[in-house]
Design a protein around this ligand. Structure first.
Ligand code: PLP
Length: 411
């Protein structure tokens, strides 16, 4: 991979007409290490967030030793990155053949579920393989209530009384019992963790079962941009303070004796990737770019996330306007599909023009893993960038709208 100091250097040297990803392994390592040092349990990176082999390898180099996986392809990617890494198979609804592969070929011994029929599926395979249930922890996934850019409890999770029944059933069979929840991705209401922990404590107290571990899932917020026309969301504490609060709640709810696991995704990987896109056309207050919701930007679209963006003007073109006043531009994606329009604008200098580049920052989460080949567009060119997105202040026209909250390493 070619290495550049900044994305601006990469854009001006390569003059790309197709999107180019700027991978920042140094930032990825720093953010992974920050999480691991602030969290007092096992950090199991959620592979679905970004399963690129370069990302997984860099995380292993940073010291990540466990991964949350959801499919055979993810089992294989983790094994490729580190054959000795721990794997937690936390998808609550699994194919029978995938459960077999997990237990037999990959030696996975931690699985999640939220229904008795899933217990039956797992038990059938455990018996067929002649495994000892006591070596396997089945985590009961709890439903949670709260606010996040993505709510996940609409789809998964057992209510509290059902969870008690499941825990007792699992213990009766001879498995170890764990509890897990996922408060939703990019959590916007920190009380959600407290409510989920209260529910875990209630279940532990009611169930005639020994709880062996608590997995608090993902959801920890990453830093994104801020749209000045919208009411700012409640400020998020820096990651260290957020995790300290969660630890306090864990202790206050009497769960502090349990081994802990977390499955962070976006908070670890968001800052490590940007994409350099080209303005194919400027039409009034719209910019048409060569990427969009079917390539790298679907997460920002569905999650209504404001991404930080920086203009990289093409010095080879005469500027048609002088005004560098920041204006909100609607961002139209590369495909012919009319839903391919970002749900949040980019704030760019008024004189942005056709042929300029834009570096879109903090897109490491749910970008590469959600790319499609729709309309024949599939960005796949990578360079390495040495400077963190928000530290690059080259040129007066460079700027970013990174919200000063949800503290990661830059705080
Ligand atoms: C079970 C599970 N764990 C972890 C994650 C990672 O979440 P996040 O990227 O919000 O940290 C997800 C994401 O949807 C998930 O479904």
């Amino acid at each position: 991979m070619q290495v550049f100091d900044t994305a601006r250097d990469a854009a001006l040297s390569l003059r790309p007409d197709r999107p180019v990803y700027g991978f920042r392994p140094g930032v990825l390592k720093a953010d992974a290490r920050e999480f691991m040092s602030a969290f007092r349990g096992t950090t199991a990176y959620a592979v679905k967030t970004n399963d690129d082999p370069r990302v997984l390898k860099t995380l292993v180099e940073a010291g990540v030793k466990a991964f949350d996986v959801a499919s055979p392809a993810e089992f294989a990617s983790v094994r490729e990155a580190d054959p000795s890494a721990g794997q937690f198979y936390m998808h609550p609804v699994k194919a029978q053949s995938d459960i077999r592969l997990a237990l037999e070929t990959y030696g996975i011994r931690s699985l999640a579920l939220d229904h008795e029929d899933e217990v039956a599926k797992i038990l059938r395979i455990v018996r067929a393989l002649d495994l000892d249930p006591a070596d396997i922890t089945l985590f009961v996934r709890l439903a949670t209530k709260g606010h996040a850019a993505y709510e996940l409890s609409k789809k998964f999770g057992a209510g509290a009384s059902h969870a008690v029944e499941l825990a007792e059933r699992i213990q009766r069979i001879g498995f170890k019992v764990g509890l897990t929840f996922h408060v939703g991705s990019q959590v916007e209401d920190l009380d959600t963790y407290e409510r989920a922990l209260a529910s875990a404590a209630w279940i532990r107290n009611r169930a005639d079962a020994d709880i062996a571990a608590l997995d608090i899932g993902g959801g920890f917020p990453a830093r994104y941009g801020n749209d000045p026309r919208r009411k700012a969301p409640p400020p998020m504490p820096p990651l260290g303070a957020l995790l300290a609060d969660i630890h306090n709640e864990i202790d206050e709810w009497g769960l502090g004796d349990l081994p802990l696991i977390a499955e962070p995704g976006r908070v670890i990987v968001a800052r490590s990737l940007s994409v350099i896109v080209r303005v194919l056309l400027k039409k009034g207050q719209r910019v048409y770019i060569n990427d969009g919701i079917w390539s790298s930007l679907s997460d920002a679209w569905t999650g209504k996330i404001t991404l930080p963006a920086r203009l990289i003007p093409d010095p080879a073109r005469p500027r048609r306007g002088k005004s560098e006043k920041l204006m909100p531009f609607r961002v139209m994606g590369a495909t012919c599909d009319s839903v391919d329009i970002l749900s949040r604008p980019f704030y760019l200098p008024e004189n942005v023009d056709t042929g300029d580049w834009i570096e879109i920052g903090h897109i490491g989460a749910y970008s590469l893993s959600l790319r499609t080949r729709f309309n024949g567009f599939y960005p796949d060119t990578f360079v390495e960038i040495a400077t963190p997105f928000e530290d690059d202040e080259t040129g007066t026209e460079a700027f970013a709208t990174v919200e000063p909250r949800g503290g990661m390493a830059a705080e």
